[in-house]
Design a protein around this ligand. Structure first.
Ligand code: A2P
Length: 315
């Protein structure tokens, strides 16, 4: 499997296993099966509520000698309620304890959105801190502290606009990754160019359209990525699945991609994109599918009275 190489020569496998929405009782098995068949990159987050099960699974495969820690790339993310500088290492240590690891390869600020420490998911305006009250560069200083303590090898952000990344440009350590929603309906070309110029890797989340999102996060009449006829036609030409075309599209653009699955057949299918190749003509056809459509649109941060708006979040 191809990988993306960082300045210090560390390598992140370009395809990783997503674990958002992977259910308790299933996620550990999925991680073990993934590692058994060759996945070496696992994408986690504290808010997914499954890091303890993943940690047990990782410990077991390492103890069984299937893989060593240095062969794995493990990412996790800081939740919104721990954005104060001094809270960041505390949150990281909880994640490390749950994952049963001594360090992370990559730690990301999950959202440029802050809430009060006792709030897991905000329900009212009062649950939030605005970015004026809790500036992102304070949180970033906490992330840099995590690098300095050796508990994390690389740091980055997620769901950040170019403007937000620019706000961190005076930092000692610049973000090395931005993990964002990316697929043919939301190609984010300007972001991709910006990141290419600035030595930042993009990781594509929801590459298959995250059909298993909770209903409350779904809009009416969402377009289906997997059933898109252009994607289907290209899949047919390669005798592969629509999902494989979507994953390969991300890799052809030099972004890493983290499809979630807990199904052994689909885990294998997704890994097989290493052997697929899309030509320029096919990439051009897929480029035409752009419609600026977000499956994860961030509306859950913008309830009445919230200091966050969609315009501010994405612009
Ligand atoms: P499952 O876990 O049962 O395989 P995303 O990565 O965009 O969030 O999408 C995850 C959703 O896509 C899950 O519902 C997952 O289901 C499904 N999925 C994962 N791999 C494939 C595949 N190769 N073909 C079809 N659906 C897939």
């Amino acid at each position: 499997m191809q990988s993306l190489t960082f300045n210090n020569n560390d390598k992140m496998p370009i395809l990783g296993l997503g674990t958002w929405k992977s259910e308790p009782g299933e996620v550990g098995k999925a991680v073990q099966e993934a590692i058994r068949i060759g996945y070496r990159h696992i994408d986690c987050a504290a808010i997914y509520g499954n890091e303890a099960e993943i940690g047990k699974a990782l410990e077991e495969v390492m103890q069984a000698g299937l893989v060593t820690r240095d062969e794995l790339w493990i990412t996790s993310k800081l939740w919104n309620n721990a954005h104060a500088r001094e809270e960041v290492p505390i949150a990281l240590k909880k994640t490390l304890a749950d994952l049963r690891l001594e360090y992370l390869d990559l730690y990301l600020i999950h959202w440029p959105v802050a809430t009060r420490p006792d709030v897991i998911f905000p329900r009212k305006a009062d649950d939030f801190f605005s970015l004026a009250e809790m500036p992102l560069n304070e949180t970033w200083a906490g992330m840099e502290d995590c690098i300095e303590s050796g508990l994390v090898k690389h740091i980055g952000v997620s769901n950040c606009s170019i403007k937000k990344i620019e706000e961190l440009s005076s930092a000692k350590i610049r973000p090395e990754v931005n993990q964002i929603e990316l697929h043919p309906y939301l190609q984010q070309d300007e972001m991709l160019s910006y990141c290419n110029v600035n030595n930042i890797y993009l990781t594509a989340y929801s590459p298959l359209g995250s059909l298993d999102r909770p209903d409350v996060m779904k809009g009416a009449n969402e377009p289906s990525l997997i059933e898109n006829p252009v994607v289907g036609k290209i899949a047919q030409a390669h005798s592969c699945s629509a999902a494989q075309v979507l994953l390969r599209w991300a890799i052809e653009r030099g972004t890493s991609v983290i499809p979630k699955s807990t199904n052994p057949g689909r885990l294998a299918e997704n890994l097989e994109v290493a052997n697929l190749k899309l030509d320029n003509q096919e990439m051009a056809e897929l480029a035409k599918l752009e419609m600026g459509f977000r499956y994860v649109n961030g509306e859950f941060w913008t309830m009445a009275g919230s200091p966050y708006t969609l315009t501010e979040l994405w612009s």
